[in-house]
Every structure is written in C-alpha cells, then in structure tokens.
Design a protein around this ligand. Sequence first.
Ligand code: ATP
Length: 661
Amino acid sequence: MSKKRLSSQVGHTTDSYHRDELPIAQGKAKIIRELQRNPVTILVGETGSGKTTQIPQYILEAGISGGKCIAITQPRRVAATSLAARVAMEQGVSLGTSVGYSIRFDEHCSPNTKIKFITDGMLVRELMSDKYLSNYGVIIIDEAHERTLRTDVLLASLKQILRRRNGSSQGHDQSQDPLKVVVMSATLDAQGFSNFFDSIKPIYVKGRQHDVHIFHTLTSQPDFVEAALRTFFQIHTSNNPGDVLIFLPGQEEIENLNSSIRFYARQLPQGVMPVLVYPMYSSLHPSQQSKVFMRTPHGSRKCILATNIAETSITIPGIKYIIDTGKCKERRYVAREAGSGVDTLLTRDISRSSAMQRAGRAGREGEGFCFRLFPKQAFDSMAPTLEPEIRRCDLTAMILELKSLDLDIERLDFMDKPDEDAVYSGLTTLSILGAIDKHQNLTGAGKKMAALPVDPKFSRAILASEELGCSQEVIDIVSVLSVSSRLFLGVQNDDSNVVGTRDKFKHPSGDHCTILNAFRAYQEVVSSGTYGEATSWCARNFLNARALSEAVEIRRQLRGICKRIGINTDLSCSGQVQPIIHCLVLGLVQNAAFIQPNGFYKQVMGPSVVKIHPGSVVAQTHHPAIVYDELVFTTQTYVRGVSIVTKAEISNVFSSISGRF
Ligand SMILES: Nc1ncnc2c1ncn2[C@@H]1O[C@H](COP(=O)(O)OP(=O)(O)OP(=O)(O)O)[C@@H](O)[C@H]1O
C-alpha cells in the first residue's frame, strides 16, 4: 500500500504527511533558527508554499513563543475563520481550544488558545486593553502586502512595543516578556519592510507545490463580464474536472454573471455536468460565504464568483481554474471643503501583486490554470501594488482608536505618512461628534465612543441615547446597521409584493425607525416561537433571517460593552420618535442634506447634490431636510438609510458645536 493511501485512512497521519510535503518544510530548520535568533523576521514565499498554516505551528512546536499565544493577523474575516479551522484540523484539536480565531462580533478562543487567527482590526482593539500586547509571545502580520489601515497601525505600534518588551532596546520595560514579530506575504515589497525594520534581511522560501499555468488574452476585454462568461463555458464544456473561481470587481457584476451562468447552464445538452454557482462578497452573510469551502458533489462543477475577498490567504478545496477579469473596487477618500469628505468605491485595474495572488488560489491541491482576461503587456504595466489604505481611506475611526491608545497619528512612525487632508478631515469629524476637544484631546465621550466597535457616527448616537432616554431603541438600530448584509430582501427589484410587505414595517420618519420596527417584530416572533418559525416568518416578509440573527448577536455584544463603560442600556422612549431622531442627527449631522426646488437634496457639508435611493421608504416623498447613513455612487449619487428631520434640528446641532472650533 502506498504511503498516500495508507495515510488517507488515518486522519492525523494525512496531515503530518501533507505538512512535510509543503515547500516551506524544506526550509523549516533554517526558518526556526532565524525565528529563534531575531526579534523581527520578514518571510517571503510563494502562494501556497505553506506560510500561513505552517509558521504558527513551527513556532508553537519549537517553543519560540515562550508558552504565550501566537497571533496571526488576517485582513479578512473569512480568511481568519477558515485558516483557524484548517490549522485546528492539522493539530488534531477542536476549533476554539488550542487553535482559535477572533473577528469582530465573533470569537472562538479559550484561555488555553495558543494559535489565534485574528483580523488586524481586532488586534488593534486589543491594544486598547493591553497596550504592550503582553498576552502574545509572537505576532505574525500575514498578507502584509495588502497594507490595510489596521496593518499599518499595527506595524507602527509593534515597532514601539518591540522597544518596550525587548531586552537590549532603549526604553525597555523590565516587567515585560520579549516579543517576536514576523511579517509575511507572497508578494511583499521586501525592501520597504526591511527599511522599516532597521534593514533586516528577508528570508525567501522557494518553490510551490503545484504549477499554475497562466494564459493572457491577446487584446483587452472591455466587456469583462461577457468575456468571463465565455471563458467559463469553454472550460465547462471541455468536461475536464475541477472547480472554477472567477474574480470580479463587485457585487453587481457578480449578480449579473451569476444569472447568466445559471441561464446558459440550463440550456446545455445532456451529459455536460451540472454547475453549482456560489457568489462570494463581503456583504454576504458569513454562513453563505463559508459554503464555498464545501467539497463539490461528485459529477458536478463548483463555480465561485468572488471579489478580492477571496484573493489572498485562503485555500478553497477543488479550485483548479482561475478566471481573472483584472478589475477590483478600490475605496478612496475624496476630501472636500470644510474638512468633510466621502469614501468612494470605484472600479479600477488591479495591481500586479493582486494578479499574482489571484493566480495563487489555484495550484494548491494539484496543477492549476489561470486565465487572465487582459494581455500580458497590461500585466507588465500594472502598478506593482495598490496604494496603501493609509494614503487613500477615511481616517476618522482610526484617529479615534489611536487617541484612545494615547498615540498621535501625526507622530507615529508609519511606513507611509497618512494623507494630510484625510487627517484634517478625520479630526474635524471627531470635533463635530464631540470626541475630541479644541486641543484635539480625547473627551470623556470620545473615550466611550472608542470603546464601541462601530463607526464613530453610530457610537455618537448610542452615547446620546442615554441622555435622551432611548438607548434600547438606538442600540437596536445600530445593531442592524452593523450587520454586513441587507435587511430587506428584493426591495431593489421594485417587486410590488415585496414592497407591499415591507410597508407593514414602514415608519413615516424613514428607514431607521422602519428597520427598528422590523427588528422588534422579529424579536417578538423569536421569543414566542421556534427558530424554524422565525425563519419562515422572515421568508414570508422578505426579511433576511441571517442578518436579523446576526443583529441579535451584535446587539448582545454592544449592550455588554455599553454596560462595561457605564452606559445605561435599558432606557426606552416607549414609542416616541423624536428622541431617536435627535440621536441620529447628533451622529449623522455631517450627513445632512436640504431639499432643492428641483426635488434633489444638497449636502449641508459638501458640494454634492444627491437623490434618495429608491430602496428607501421615503424615496417617493419630498421633505425639507434629511440625514442619511451613506452615499452610494451608481448612475448618480444616491443616499441610503434616510430619516426625515427638520432644518431647525440641523441648525441647532451646528450652533451647539460651533464653539468647538
Ligand atoms: N482548507 C484547506 N483545504 C485543503 N488544503 C489546504 C487548506 N488550507 C491549506 N491547504 C493546503 O496547504 C497549503 C499551504 O497553505 P497556506 O495557506 O499555508 O499557504 P501560504 O503560503 O500561506 O499561501 P498564501 O500566500 O496564498 O496565503 C495549500 O497550498 C494547500 O495545499
């Protein structure tokens, strides 16, 4: 019997066998030696070589973390959860015991956890209660090439923490155990990181387990969704086995391609295997995202349509073919007058690093193929990486977090300096929200706002709700708004059935009290019936059951945090609307707009003329003034999540804050 067949009968042996076969295993002894010797290690190795799953296990097995926990940061939730499950399996333990994960509003860890996959945002939050991250012996910053805002904050903070915790450095705190930091990626600007960490020499891990053959189109494909459709059916009708992963920029393109593939798959002659299509984007509920990891039933083909959420770190079983449209959505902050600005999400070409990461999602279990829907010259002239988020995103929440850590964004040693306009704009917003004073020091309110893991405009509303006696209602609303997926299903299709049913929950003041009505009705059904009854009630009412159950969990956690920081969560305004709206105005005052004679709304802070999104319950009516949750850019600029307010309310808030400048 061959080793492979023998091992496949004994679970744990399969994993040890697999682990020894990975390219990184060749360099294991050297890597362990370097990790033991140096406080900081930069490790560059090809996609699929085994960095993320193996390095934490090497560290644990070699005792490098001094018995403390090892943190591995991930920019995305889905990577943190799926990798934790994989490493727990390789260690032969249940998830949540010695191997666990921690993501916002969801933690699977125990006091004995030794390997913890954690989103970079959650590790920044841990800094608030443990400024030296003293629970950890080793911190691994994985996928460092993505240069998310939180990764950059962590890198800057870790540089300071290393000084405090490590023996020979100036400013060493004797009471602290030493810390090691590992920075990893397949597509890292090794020189940039090396310069940042005092010229450390990076370690390179050569080789990948399986080849990925890359093909480019001869010409560029302006209709990349159509090109992806054709390429998919060329692969599919060849009848060679293997699942397909298609990268698209956003949800809209994913939904379009999803319906086209399903339509054409129904027309295929008998004998061509069935296709199972799975969308994968960040606002999809986590349980739906995790469906992509299930093995494909024998005799069918899985086709995953994903944004760059699936671009790094993860291994999706069965994937043999990648189709890369070469496009992504990039978040970019556009600073406007008077310190205001907006985060925009625009489609653009990906970077070379992204193209390499996307190809690397194949070739993990066997040979792979990547079809790039752009010419080789286009690949060669792509930017090596995207600009770091710190240079292009809204910095308000980050400045607040840093202030609560006693850190000054303008003094921290970042790899790249933050964008000056975005810093100014973030400080202005925090002043308006009352989180900082004239001298830019954190106020008492600001401290509480920083402790709440929601956008500062919503933490401001929660804070106000205590004074105005409606904390129950406002926490409920913020809980639903913090869920990543939509609450009302199908409303955007304008289906009269759907809209008619939603009208049952409609509140004349707008979308915030409407979602409160729906959430309250759901909670009543849950408390008086079974889980199954609640799910079918949601289906009858075109409500997203998963979003609602997630909102219940978020509410539980938000209430817990509020209690811990001294906010009374039991105050109710018993059916009055005004206090709720007033709290929303205090949080959303920068998102106020006044009606124009032509029926459009003009932003109070900012130059844009906007329209209420057709999905809003107040889209069909005109009102003197509104506040909204967010701007959406499609064919025109829409506002979503709208409540009706009065001009006087907006003016009063502005006059009450004018003394802060
Ligand atoms: N969930 C999984 N199911 C099956 N195989 C897996 C899984 N996770 C990892 N593997 C295997 O382990 C290998 C190494 O994965 P790992 O994530 O450690 O690589 P990596 O070097 O970190 O890659 P990347 O740079 O793409 O994040 C994969 O190529 C695959 O063979």
